[in-house]
Design a protein around this ligand. Structure first.
Ligand code: FAD
Length: 278
């Protein structure tokens, strides 16, 4: 199994943001990433911006560009058109997700869960796309229980996913337990840990509450104690996340997927300490 680094971005919504993202990508190429991925607003809210960002990255070359694609509030015809668009531009990697129903949108669309999207992509495009799906070592916030969540993860893999990227977490044990549980029920695809650098406590706390990622109490308390001291937050965050990555790598993680928030400095600092900058 190859070790793969990857970086995730959100699609910029201004020309200035797009220019800055170009610089960020340029800097992150020092990691020799396997792919750069671009998020997709559930319900299609970023459809064109995701598409533009992905095509630009693909044209730049150097590493694969992988669009995220959510299926909530979508139709089969709509998804088919997007797949064709990407295929026509030589994209051969995709991150397939359900997404969350956007507020105000009432029509749930023709897909209920990500396993249906994966099956649809396979039915429409065969083996053209390398498909990544989401995994949740600390369990998805809507999961009724851990065993069912794992079973639902297996359904995505059985539908044709080649690998998974996890929600971010700061408890390495949750990841290793999750891998053990996957192995126990015969899930053999690589599960790459998603890594969220810590640079902004308020934002991190908001995200974590929404997506069900636990910030361990000792980390939360230390971050709270720094108040507005962003340098202290960054320095402590760098120590915590580097130590997490070291444990994951020592335990055999098949790669690292960085949630960059369209910034390069924190990711580069972590990878520099890990000896992963070329
Ligand atoms: P699913 O795998 O469908 O799971 C959702 C919930 O339904 C889980 O609780 C699961 O246990 C349950 N479930 C699954 N299958 C079934 C079934 N067949 N029957 C009954 N219950 C089932 N969101 C975006 O909007 N845009 C993005 O670009 C984006 N990128 C992401 C990238 C990564 C790596 C990750 C980890 C998350 C990303 N998300 C993104 C967030 C994601 O869309 C949400 O977490 C969403 O709530 C679930 O998506 P999923 O693909 O995991 O859904």
């Amino acid at each position: 199994m190859n070790f793969e680094l990857s970086c995730e971005f959100f699609p910029p919504n201004t020309d200035e943001g797009a220019e800055k993202l170009c610089e960020v990508r340029q800097a992150l190429r020092a990691l020799r990433p396997a792919f750069f991925s671009v998020t997709y607003g559930a319900g299609g809210s970023t459809r064109n911006r995701t598409f533009e960002a992905v095509i630009k990255m693909q044209e730049e070359g150097g590493c694969d560009a992988a669009p995220h694609l959510t299926c909530v509030a979508s139709t089969r015809d709509g998804v088919r058109a997007i797949l064709e668009l990407y295929r026509g531009h030589g994209i051969h990697r995709i991150v397939a997700l359900r997404g969350d129903m956007p507020s105000g949108m009432l029509d749930p669309g023709e897909f209920s869960h990500a396993n249906e999207l994966v099956a649809f992509i396979r039915a429409e495009t065969g083996s053209h796309f390398h498909i990544e799906v989401a995994a949740y070592p600390e369990y998805h916030p809507q999961a009724t229980n851990p065993a069912k969540d794992l079973e639902h993860f297996r359904r995505k893999v059985e539908a044709g996913a080649d690998g998974a990227i996890t929600q971010y977490f700061y408890n390495a044990d949750a990841y290793f337990r999750f891998l053990d549980d996957c192995a126990r029920i015969g899930i053999g695809v690589p599960v790459v840990p998603g890594i969220m650098p810590i640079t902004n406590f308020v934002q991190l706390a908001r995200f974590s509450d929404a997506c069900g990622a636990e910030i361990p109490r000792w980390v939360r308390r230390r971050l709270e104690s720094f108040g507005d001291d962003r340098d202290a937050i960054r320095a402590f965050g760098l120590d915590v996340v580097t130590a997490l990555c070291e444990r994951l790598l020592a335990g055999g993680a098949p790669g690292l997927h960085f949630y960059t928030m369209n910034q390069s400095a924190a990711v580069l600092a972590i990878c520099d300490r890990l000896g992963l900058v070329h």
